[in-house]
Design a protein around this ligand. Structure first.
Ligand code: SAM
Length: 246
């Protein structure tokens, strides 16, 4: 995604409770840390290691992130944050954790949450595979969302795709029974191989179809990529899976 279109973030926002940058060798840190410190003061946004949140119980993690325990959903690769911003508003009784690898996008998503004052959402700037492995407790999520994940077109890079067996297994283990995994993409080949990967590497029920919703305004799209794809009149492939008992 091009960075030019990212909105300017206001320094007056109180961001520290919405934005949690975690140190990762792949995450984009560096220049943005200085910018963030300038805007919000270094104290509130200093990057931490994954172990600052690792191995906590669901209750302890929920209290730490949100100050309350509530049904929790995870979004992997939030991009500019349209989904998590709308979801936190629509479902104030739920907690939402967004994970976005690109620091500047995570910051943009967090600033949306701060602007609309929805403290039931937080953004980790981090690698979702590590957040799943180290931070998200087993049997803790009522929903997991993967929308328009990077397709990594080159064959040699396919193993970097987020819909891959180890990540799917971690998601299944972290969903509660009846919890849903949502997977949408505009790449037909990724959709077919992704659905196959989910079926082969988990015991999740599905895929179940999701009908397209009529869109009248910008907020009727689930994510920025869904909006872009549909305005280009290209197809969107949607599915969800459900965790079974046992
Ligand atoms: C194509 S964009 C889609 C963004 C958004 N979901 C949408 O539909 O508009 C994919 C996003 O996933 C992020 N991403 C890629 N790998 C990731 C990972 N391992 N953990 C977290 N985010 C990741 C990228 O930085 C990028 O912002």
């Amino acid at each position: 995604m091009g960075r030019r279109s990212l909105p300017k973030i206001k320094g007056s926002l109180e961001l520290s409770r919405y934005f949690i940058p975690l140190l990762d060798e792949y995450a984009e840190q560096g220049p943005y840390e200085a910018e963030t410190a300038e805007l919000f003061g270094a104290e509130g946004v200093r990057a931490q290691g994954y172990d600052a949140y690792a191995g906590m119980s669901f209750e302890a993690l929920s209290e730490r992130l949100f100050g309350r325990v509530a049904p929790t959903e995870l979004e992997i690769g939030s991009g500019k944050g349209l989904f998590i911003a709308a979801a936190t508003k629509r479902s104030p009784e739920r907690n939402f954790i967004g994970v976005e690898l690109a620091y500047r996008y995570a910051l943009t998503s967090a600033s949306r949450l701060a602007k609309q004052n929805t403290p039931n959402g937080v953004m980790f700037s981090a690698d979702a595979a590590r957040v799943l492995r180290d931070i998200i407790p087993l049997n803790s999520l009522v929903g997991a969302h993967i929308y328009f994940p990077d397709p990594w077109w080159k064959k040699a890079h396919r193993k970097r795709r987020i819909v891959r067996p180890d990540v799917i297994q971690m998601i299944e283990e972290r969903l509660v029974v009846g919890g849903k995994l949502h997977f949408w993409t505009d790449v037909e080949e990724y959709f077919k191989s992704g659905v196959e990967t989910i079926k082969l590497s988990s015991n999740l029920a599905g895929p179940f179809d999701i009908p397209e919703r009529k869109a009248e305004g910008d907020l009727d799209y689930l994510t920025h990529f869904e909006r872009r794809t549909r305005l280009n009149e290209a197809p969107v492939y949607r599915s969800y899976f459900v965790k079974r008992i046992g």
